[in-house]
Design a protein around this ligand. Structure first.
Ligand code: CP
Length: 305
């Protein structure tokens, strides 16, 4: 693996290898000194052209836990406002002596362009509505910790599928790992084209959650137009929200995941968000371990965990 840009086409062997390493790193993070020297002397750059709390901070923590140095680019305080292009920005940061670049960008495909321009590994931390592969890894790690594997699990991904890079990355990774994935949402928030996608669609959440082992809730992406295609948020909640009533109808061992940030009271009720079967904070913790596994794989760490 030279880059991590997408989960589409990643083999089961690669995914399982990353998950095995991520689980080992999760155990490292439980130690009194949660750090290994694997990437000492390496420098990792985080390049976020869109806002982030979880992804940006957990990549930073993951790099430091592997003893790498980090440099951070922040779009709002950068020379972008003076007209510098994406390519010149990337070449400039690269010239400082960077071994790997992590990029989040609003434009689909931006990480692929960086991979063409630079001779270092690129990690996609989210490109438009397209892909968010490390989110999928941390989600699969969280589900594996709960159920042992994803093989045969019924997973409903619910909400603004059309604008969700998380839904795309999760769908490909989860199905490759043996899960049966259903994408659930109002017709206006389901994808228009799904040729070759390893999932079915449904507009009926109540039917989809009846036998689901995992219900994965998504935020309505108002910044990408997701809020303008249904009558109102209360109407959305009534039909597609994880209300207390719907939660009470899930299978006893079913769990709820959410990539964050959550809109409590819209796609997830306050009570469900705080329930022990909502694994949202476990997902966040696993984000550090999953990203350690990715950095380790791409930079060829030379030390035992
Ligand atoms: N899940 C996720 O990508 O969160 P952030 O936007 O806070 O990074």
């Amino acid at each position: 693996m030279n880059h991590l840009l997408t989960t589409e086409g990643l083999s089961r062997e690669v995914l399982e290898g990353l998950l095995t390493d991520a689980q080992e790193f999760a155990e490292v993070l439980e130690r009194p000194i949660p750090k290994v020297p694997a990437l000492r002397g390496r420098t990792v750059a985080t390049m976020f052209f869109e806002p982030s709390t979880r992804t940006k901070m957990s990549f930073d923590k993951a790099a430091k836990a592997l003893s790498a140095d980090t440099v951070a680019f922040s779009a709002s305080t950068s020379s972008l406002s003076k007209g510098e292009s994406l390519k010149d920005t990337a070449l400039t940061v690269h010239a400082m002596g960077i071994d790997l670049m992590i990029v989040r960008h609003g434009a689909t495909g931006a990480p692929w362009r960086l991979a063409e321009w630079l001779d270092i590994p690129i990690v996609n931390a989210g490109d438009g509505a397209h892909q968010h592969p490390t989110q999928a890894l941390l989600d699969c790690l969280t589900i594996t910790q709960r159920f042992g594997s994803l093989e045969g699990l019924k997973i409903a991904i619910v909400g603004d599928i059309r604008h969700s890079r998380v839904a795309r990355s999760d769908m490909f990774a989860m199905s490759t790992l043996g899960a049966d994935v259903t994408l659930v949402g109002p017709p206006t928030l389901l994808p228009v084209h799904m040729d070759g996608w390893p999932a079915r669609t449904s507009t009926d959440l109540d039917a989809a959650i009846e036998d689901a082992d995992v219900v994965y809730l998504l935020r309505v992406q108002t910044e990408r137009g997701g809020g303008s295609v249904f009558p109102s948020l209360p109407e959305y909640t009534k039909r597609y929200g994880m209300t207390n009533d719907r939660f009470s109808r899930l299978k006893a061992k079913a769990v709820v995941l959410h990539p964050g940030p959550m809109n409590r009271g819209v796609e997830i009720s306050h009570d469900v968000a705080d329930d022990e079967r909502a694994l949202v904070l476990q997902q966040v913790s696993n984000g550090v371990a999953a990203r350690m596994a990715v950095l380790f794989a791409l930079l060829g760490g030379d030390s035992d965990v």
